[in-house]
Design a protein around this ligand. Structure first.
Ligand SMILES: Nc1ncnc2c1ncn2[C@@H]1O[C@H](COP(=O)(O)OP(=O)(O)O)[C@@H](O)[C@H]1O
Ligand SMILES: [Mg+2]
Length: 245
C-alpha cells in the first residue's frame, strides 16, 4: 500500500504565505501531476512532503501514518539531477538503496541497460548528457525502497526532443514498476500526457483550484497529443488557468 494524503497544509516564509489550506491525495500506483504557475509553491510543497520543512498547519499522511517533518519516507527527485559528482553512474544509481541497506546489483544493472545507459556505468555525471543524468536519477528513485516517488519538474531543462523521449521512457518504466508518482510541472501538455489525475494549483498562496481526471487509456503513444480528444482536454485546463489570471 502507498497512499499519500495531504490534509489542509499551510506554509509561510516570514510574511510570504506560500501554501494555504492545501489538500489532495495520491492513491496506490496512481500518477498524479501538480500543475501550477512558477513561484506558486510547488517545490515548497515537495520539500514539505519530503520532510525538509514542517507545515504551519495541516498534516501529511503516508499509509495512515503522519510523515510531517520526517525525512526518508518518499523518494524525491529534485528539479536538477542531484547526482554526486565524485561517484560513477553505477555508484550514483544504487545510492538510495545503499542508504537503506538493500542493494540489488543485478536489478540495477538491468535497469541501467534498459535506460540506454549501458557502457556508461563507470562514467562520471559531467560526462553524461542532461537526459542521461535524469534517467540515472530516476533509476535511483526506482531502486530506492520507498513506494512513492516525487519528481519536481524533471524535464523542464531538457530540449523538446529529449523531453518527449524522457516522458515516454518514464511512462514505460513506471508501468513496469508500479509505483505511485507525484509529478510537478508547469506544462499542461506534459501533465495531460503523463497523468491519471491533474491537480491544478492557484497562484500564491497556492491552494487546489481544481482536479481533472485524465481519460486517456494506457499505454499512451506520444501521438495522442495531436488527437481531438487531447486538444479538447487541453483547452479545458487552459480555460481554468485563464480564470485565474
Ligand atoms: N527556504 C525558503 N525561504 C524563504 N522563502 C522561500 C523558501 N523556499 C521558497 N520560498 C518562497 O516560496 C515561494 C514559492 O517558491 P517555490 O516553492 O520554489 O515555487 P515553485 O516551485 O512553484 O516555482 C517563492 O516566493 C519563494 O521565494
Ligand atoms: Mg519549483
Amino acid at each position: 500500500m502507498n497512499k499519500l494524503e495531504i490534509h489542509g497544509i499551510s506554509k509561510a516564509f516570514r510574511h510570504n504565505q506560500v501554501l494555504s489550506d492545501l489538500s489532495f491525495h495520491v492513491k496506490e500506483k496512481e500518477f498524479v501531476s501538480i500543475l501550477g504557475p512558477s513561484g506558486s509553491g510547488k517545490s515548497t510543497l515537495f520539500h514539505l512532503i519530503g520532510g525538509l520543512y514542517e507545515p504551519d498547519a495541516g498534516d501529511i499522511v503516508l499509509d495512515a501514518e503522519s510523515i510531517k517533518g520526517r525525512k526518508g519516507s518518499i523518494s524525491y527527485m529534485p528539479q536538477s539531477p542531484s547526482l554526486l559528482p565524485w561517484r560513477t553512474l553505477r555508484e550514483n544509481v544504487v545510492l538510495g538503496a545503499e542508504v537503506q541497506g538493500e542493494i540489488d546489483k543485478s536489478k540495477a544493472e538491468a535497469m541501467i541497460q534498459k535506460a540506454g545507459l549501458g557502457g556508461f556505468e563507470h562514467a562520471y555525471p559531467h560526462e553524461l548528457s542532461g537526459g542521461m543524468q535524469q534517467r540515472a536519477s530516476f533509476i535511483r528513485s526506482l531502486l530506492s525502497p520507498q513506494s512513492l516517488i516525487c519528481l519536481d519538474e524533471p524535464f523542464s531543462a531538457l530540449d523538446e526532443f529529449t523531453r518527449l523521449e524522457m516522458q515516454k521512457w518514464l511512462l514505460d518504466t513506471w508501468s513496469e514498476h508500479q509505483r505511485s508518482i507525484l509529478f510537478i510541472t508547469h506544462n499542461i501538455e506534459e501533465a495531460l500526457f503523463l497523468s491519471d489525475r491533474i491537480i491544478l494549483l492557484t497562484d500564491r498562496p497556492a491552494t487546489v483550484q481544481q482536479e481533472f481526471d485524465v481519460p486517456f487509456s494506457r499505454p499512451r503513444d506520444p501521438s495522442i497529443v495531436l488527437t481531438e480528444e487531447f486538444l479538447k482536454m487541453k483547452q479545458k485546463v487552459h480555460a481554468e488557468l485563464k480564470v485565474m489570471t
